[in-house]
Design a protein around this ligand. Structure first.
Ligand code: ARG
Length: 469
C-alpha cells in the first residue's frame, strides 16, 4: 500500500501536509550525482565482501549510471512522497531491477549516506572555489605588472598614512585569498574521512569493508588524493551527528565573502569622484534610470551585500547543531540549505571578481596629482631622525611639530627649507631631502614585507612563481 521504502510497520498513509513539510527533494536533488557515486562505490564494496554477487553489483552500478543520466537530462519526476534524493534514486533502481535493487541499501542507512553525499559534494564545491580563488589571485598578480610604477596612498582609519606601491595593495588581497585557500585545504582533510558504513548510528553486524569504500571514493584524510591511505570515521554515533565539516566549510566561505566585501568596499570608495582613483569597466557597472551621468558600482555593492547572507549561513548551521543529542536528528536535513546558499553566493561573487580586477583602470593622473598631500612622508622623516640616533618618541614629536608648521602654512614637508628643518632638530642635515617626498619614501620602505619598490618587486616575483607552479 505504501510507496515508502520504510513503510513496512505503518498502517496509515502519511498526511500529505506532513510529506510536504518533511520533504527535502526540492533542495537535495542537487546531490543526485554524488549520491550515485556513493552508491556505486557501496555496491562495489558489497561485492568485494560477498554481500552482493559481482553480477548484482555490476547491474546496480550500470542501472545507477542510467538513472544518473536521466536525472542529468531533467527526465526524473520528483515526488514529494519520496522525500529526498536518496529514496528517489533507490526507488528508481528497484523499479528497474527489482530484488537486486532492493539489496543496495544493505549495511547503510540514509544517515551515513547523506553524510557521505554531502562530503563528496563539499569536496567538489570547495575544489571549485579553490580554483576560482586562484584565478582571482592571478588577476591581482597580473595587475602588479601593469601597475608597476603606480604608487598609492596607504590608509589607516581611512586617513592618508604612508605611500605603498599599488602592487602592495594587490598582493595584500593575494595573501588573504591564500589563507582562504589554505583553510579550504585544511578543511578538506576532515571532509575526506568516510562516513559510509556507520549505518544508522551503531554500525552493522554485516562484514563490510569500509576501508575499501573509502579507497573507492578517494577519502584519504588529506586535501589531495596523493596519499593512498584510506581514512574512515571511527565512531558510528559521531558520524550520524557530525556536521563539523559543513560548519567549517561555511565559515571558510564566509571569510572569503568578508574578504571580498572589504575589497568591494574599498573599490567602491576608490571610484567615487571624491577619491577618483579608479574607473570600473562599463561592462561591470550599471546606469541610473533617471540620472544620465551615473555609472554605479552595483556589482561591487552586491558582492559587499551578499556577504551578509553567507555570514547568516554560519549562524544558521551553528544554531542548527547547537544542543542536538546523538545521533542523527531530522533537524540536520536543514544543513544543506545553509551550505548551498553559502556556496552559491560565494561562487557567484568569485566568478565576477577576477574580471573586475582585470579590467578596472587606475586613474594614475588623478592619483599622482594628490599623492604629495597628507604627509605620507612624515613617518620616514621620523625614521631618518631615528637613524641619526634620535629616540623614536623625540623624532615623533619633532616631525609632529614640523607637520603643524606646514599645516599652518598650507605647504608640504618638502617645501620647508633646510634651516627651518634644522630649527626643529639639530641632527637634521642636507641628506634629509632623500627621505622626504613620496618617491623617496617608496625607495626607502625596503625591509621584508614593506610596501616599497624593492620588497614589493620581490613579492611580485614570488607570487608569479607560486601561481605558475
Ligand atoms: N533527507 C534526510 C536528510 O537530509 C536524509 C536522512 C534521513 N534520515 C532519516 N533517518 N530520516 O537529512
Amino acid at each position: 500500500m505504501s510507496v515508502k521504502p520504510w513503510g513496512g510497520a505503518f498502517d496509515a498513509q502519511t498526511d500529505p501536509r506532513v510529506e510536504k513539510f518533511t520533504e527535502s527533494i526540492s533542495f537535495d536533488s542537487r546531490l543526485a550525482a554524488v549520491d550515485i557515486r556513493g552508491s556505486q562505490a557501496h555496491a562495489r564494496m558489497l561485492a568485494s565482501v560477498g554481500l552482493l554477487t559481482s553480477d548484482e553489483s555490476r547491474q546496480i552500478i550500470e542501472t545507477l549510471a542510467e538513472i544518473g543520466g536521466e536525472i542529468a537530462r531533467g527526465e526524473m519526476v520528483w515526488k514529494t512522497e519520496l522525500e529526498d534524493i536518496h529514496m528517489h534514486i533507490e526507488s528508481a533502481l528497484i523499479a528497474r531491477i527489482g530484488d537486486v535493487g532492493r539489496k543496495l541499501h544493505t549495511a547503510r542507512s540514509r544517515n551515513d549516506q547523506v553524510s557521505t553525499d554531502l562530503k563528496l559534494y563539499v569536496r567538489d564545491s570547495l575544489t571549485t572555489i579553490d580554483g576560482l580563488l586562484r584565478e582571482l589571485q592571478r588577476a591581482f598578480v597580473d595587475r602588479c605588472a601593469s601597475d608597476a610604477d603606480v604608487v598609492l596612498p596607504g590608509f589607516t582609519h581611512l586617513q592618508r598614512a604612508q605611500p605603498v606601491m599599488a602592487a602592495h595593495y594587490w598582493l595584500a588581497y593575494c595573501e588573504k585569498f591564500q589563507r582562504d585557500r589554505e583553510r579550504i585545504a585544511d578543511c578538506l582533510k576532515r571532509v575526506n574521512v568516510l562516513p559510509l558504513g556507520a549505518a544508522a548510528l551503531a554500525g552493522t553486524s554485516l562484514p563490510i569493508d569500509r576501508h575499501e569504500t573509502a579507497r573507492l571514493l578517494g577519502f584519504t584524510g588529506s586535501s589531495t588524493s596523493l596519499s593512498l591511505e584510506p581514512a574512515v570515521a571511527a565512531n558510528s554515533l559521531d558520524v550520524s551527528s557530525d556536521r563539523d565539516f559543513l560548519a567549517e566549510s561555511i565559515f571558510d566561505l564566509s571569510l572569503i565573502a568578508v574578504h571580498l566585501s572589504g575589497w568591494a568596499e574599498e573599490w567602491i570608495l576608490w571610484c567615487t569622484t571624491e577619491f577618483g582613483f579608479l574607473k570600473l569597466p562599463d561592462a561591470y557597472t550599471t546606469g541610473s534610470s533617471i540620472m544620465p551621468q551615473k555609472r554605479n558600482p552595483d556589482v561591487l555593492e552586491l558582492i559587499r551585500g551578499k556577504s551578509a547572507r553567507v555570514i547568516a549561513d554560519v549562524t544558521q548551521i551553528l544554531t542548527l547543531l547547537k544542543g542536538l543529542p546523538l545521533a542523527y536528528n531530522r533537524d540536520l536535513q536543514e544543513d544543506k540549505l545553509a551550505f548551498f546558499d553559502a556556496i552559491d553566493t560565494v561562487q557567484a561573487c568569485l566568478e565576477l571578481a577576477p574580471s573586475i580586477v582585470r579590467y578596472a583602470m587606475l586613474k594614475v593622473e588623478t592619483i599622482n596629482a594628490r599623492l604629495e598631500e597628507g604627509f605620507l612622508d612624515a613617518t620616514t622623516l621620523m625614521e631618518y631622525l631615528i637613524g641619526r640616533g634620535v629616540p623614536m618618541r623625540t623624532g615623533h614629536e619633532v616631525v609632529g611639530k614640523l607637520v603643524r608648521l606646514c599645516e599652518s602654512r598650507q605647504c608640504k614637508l618638502a617645501d620647508l627649507s633646510l634651516a627651518e628643518l634644522q630649527t626643529a632638530h639639530e641632527k637634521i642635515e642636507a641628506g634629509v631631502s632623500d627621505f622626504i617626498g613620496v618617491k623617496n619614501v617608496v625607495a626607502r620602505l625596503a625591509s621584508f614585507g614593506s610596501g616599497g619598490r624593492i620588497p614589493v618587486l620581490q613579492q611580485v616575483a614570488a607570487w608569479t612563481q607560486r601561481l605558475t607552479e
